[in-house]
Structures are given as C-alpha cells and as structure tokens.
Design a protein around this ligand. Structure first.
Ligand code: FES
Ligand code: FES
Length: 157
C-alpha cells in the first residue's frame, strides 16, 4: 500500500533505535539518511563492493542489500561503533600506520570486514586475510598495505 510505514526497533552500536520506515528503504539508506551514520558508504548498491559493510547479528552483511524493515529486531555494529569492539581501535590505528588508506572510500567497509574476520580468526594468514576481504573492493591501494594493516592488528585482544 502506498505510503505504508513499517515500525522497526533495532540496536545500533549499543543504542536502541525505533523508527517507521517505508517498505523499500534499504538498511544502508536508513543508517545514512535517518540515523545520520554516514560511515557506511553508498557505492555499487548491488552487493559487489563492500563499501556498506556492517555487522548484523554477528555476521558481516552488505547493508545495501537488506531492507530496513528486515533489520527489525537486529543487533547492528557499524564503523561508527567499531572502536568499542575488540580489534576495532587497533585496526583503525594499523590502517593509518601502514598507509592502507588512500582515497578512503573503501576504508570503513574494509575495517568492518577486517573486524569480522579477526573476531572469527584472530591470527589469520595473509591468504586468509585476502580471502576474508575478497568482498571489499579497493581501487587505490593494491591491497598489500591493507593486508599488512590487518596482520598488525591480529593476535589476542
Ligand atoms: S554499496 Fe553495498 S556492496 Fe557496494
Ligand atoms: S583507498 Fe581508495 S578505494 Fe580503497
């Protein structure tokens, strides 16, 4: 029905958010345009680049492919909430230290994907890092410095 709004309640970076959303609104649009959490980037809109990556119920997801209404009841971590997570602050520092940030457009999604990787594999090999970040595209760095940055943040927290 045109104009219909769907009530949703979800936790974003530890804060409970209640809203009413149109059925077609994506979770990425909800984060950026409703909550003003613009760290998650809008790029391909098709699940190809990983710029919009967040952690939803413990899984890394492309928020451009999820409707806000589908996220009702979920627990979401975006790049804005990363520093409170294990590895989050360390990853942000090692990305800077290693020069793994150039234009920076891919960086929020890349750091969130790296966070998810280290939560599930605290001591990955370079190949495992490349595999773990394979859904995140970077047009600038050639990936070597990104892998170094993740290696630098690895290990027990
Ligand atoms: S904007 Fe979501 S994967 Fe590219
Ligand atoms: S730093 Fe520019 S796309 Fe990755």
């Amino acid at each position: 029905m045109a104009g219909q709004l769907i009530p949703i309640t979800l936790t974003v970076n530890g804060t409970t958010c209640r809203s009413e959303v149109p059925p077609h609104l994506t979770l990425l649009e909800f984060l950026r345009d409703t909550l003003n959490l613009t760290g998650s980037k809008r790029c391909c809109g098709e699940g190809e680049c990983g710029a919009c990556t967040a952690i939803m119920n413990g899984e890394a997801v492309n928020t451009c492919l999820i409707l806000a209404a589908e996220a009702d009841g979920s627990d979401l971590i975006t790049v804005e909430g990363l520093s409170a997570m294990p590895y989050g602050a360390r990853l942000q520092q090692t990305f800077l230290d290693q020069g793994a940030v150039q234009c920076g457009f891919c960086t929020p999604g890349m750091v969130v994907a790296a966070q998810y990787l280290l939560m599930n594999n605290p001591d990955p090999t370079p190949d495992e890092i490349r595999e773990g970040l394979s859904g995140n595209l970077c047009r600038c760095t050639g990936y070597a410095r990104i892998v170094e940055a993740v290696m630098g943040a690895a290990g027990d927290e």
